[in-house]
Ligand binder design. Structure first.
Ligand code: DON
Length: 331
């Protein structure tokens, strides 16, 4: 849509957005009370199931937020978007997709399944994201590069004391200790010689462990819905940071990122989500949801109760309501 239309519509949008938020929060008919807080990563179990926040940032940097917007939560799988976008922009799609596919897996995010070429199916499932981390390590990138990329996309408009981007160390350590499935997926890829072959280190346990360590750290990056919405708005704005005009990502990178979010971002719920709501999205098991509406803006929501696919129940409801009001976001 024409970006200039975002501005005159903003007040109406905000009132519809607020109404949607309140309908979900007050939930008279218990439509949005399902799901439960993730417990398989122990610190996540401490989340208050009633936390709920949502924030919108437009491509012309107008923002609206509701609820517990200052509560920080770990990105979990939303960090897969961050890592993929950063790596793709640095080394290009041809190199990335030698090692990881572009197709939905049709399975859970942590399933031990691979495509016909032996690659993880896509960068949004756990084995794919571990592979992205192996490539980041291979090309000399670290957590610091991912965090600084996130900061460049999001921090321009907030003060230093609102600096929400660092990692939850305890969460990182506990997931590293208890994340047996991710350790198993990494071992399986090691056994299958799935990691890049042009450097022998990736075939050692040590090389694979470095990739997995970066994966766990990346999942533990702390954000709030305000900064996440600004990150999404950069994607919606074709890689240009709305508040500064700085181009952070090439158009071709954004095209790849939003495509993979659409087809794979909601895992085995991605088809239904896209059919109903029609927008690229990525969820995380801590209850975050980033939804990008190309050319318009991004909605970031946080509510820890997740469904059986690992997607936040109330975060999805926000998008459902906006999508109904705006006819699948044809604003
Ligand atoms: O690796 C894991 O299982 C978690 N750190 C992230 C999984 C996740 O967020 C899946 N998303 N909905």
């Amino acid at each position: 849509m024409d970006r200039s239309l975002v501005i005159p519509m903003f007040e109406t949008f905000v009132s519809n957005y607020k109404r949607a938020y309140l309908e979900i929060k007050e939930d008279q008919n218990k439509e949005y009370s399902g799901g439960s807080v993730a417990t398989y990563i122990p610190p996540l179990a401490k989340a208050n199931p009633e936390w709920f926040s949502t924030c919108f940032c437009s491509t012309d940097d107008q923002q609206s937020s509701m609820g517990d917007t200052d509560i920080k939560f770990s990105m979990q799988s939303i960090s897969k978007v961050l890592a993929y976008a950063f790596l793709y922009d640095q080394i290009g799609g041809t190199e990335v997709h030698k090692w990881v596919g572009e197709e939905p897996s049709g399975a859970a995010f942590n399933a031990p399944v691979f495509d016909k070429l032996g690659r993880p199916h896509n960068p949004m499932v756990n084995p794919g994201a571990i592979m992205i981390c192996a490539l980041l390590v291979r090309h000399g990138y670290s957590l610091r590069d991912l965090i600084s990329f996130y900061r460049r996309a999001t921090l321009e408009t907030i003060s230093k004391d609102e600096d929400t981007t660092c990692i939850d160390e305890q969460l990182y350590r506990e997931e590293k200790l208890t994340g047996h499935t991710n350790h198993a997926l990494t071992s399986l890829m090691l056994a299958n010689r799935a990691f890049p072959q042009y450097k022998s280190e990736e075939h050692t346990k040590e090389g694979a462990d470095r990739a997995l360590d970066l994966y766990f750290k990346n999942c533990s990056i702390l954000v709030n819905t305000k900064s996440l919405a600004r990150f999404g708005a950069m994607l919606a704005n074709n890689g240009i940071v709305p508040s500064t005009g700085e181009r952070l990502l090439k158009s071709s990178t954004v095209q790849a990122v939003v495509t993979v979010m659409t087809t794979c971002g909601m895992y085995n719920g991605a088809g239904k989500f896209t059919m109903e709501l029609g927008v690229p999205a990525k969820s995380g098991v801590s209850g975050g949801l980033l939804t990008v509406v190309p050319s318009v803006g991004a909605v970031a929501s946080f509510s820890p109760r997740i469904n059986s696919e690992g997607n936040t129940v109330r975060g999805i409801a926000v998008i459902q309501k906006l999508s109904q009001t705006y006819n699948n976001f044809n604003l």
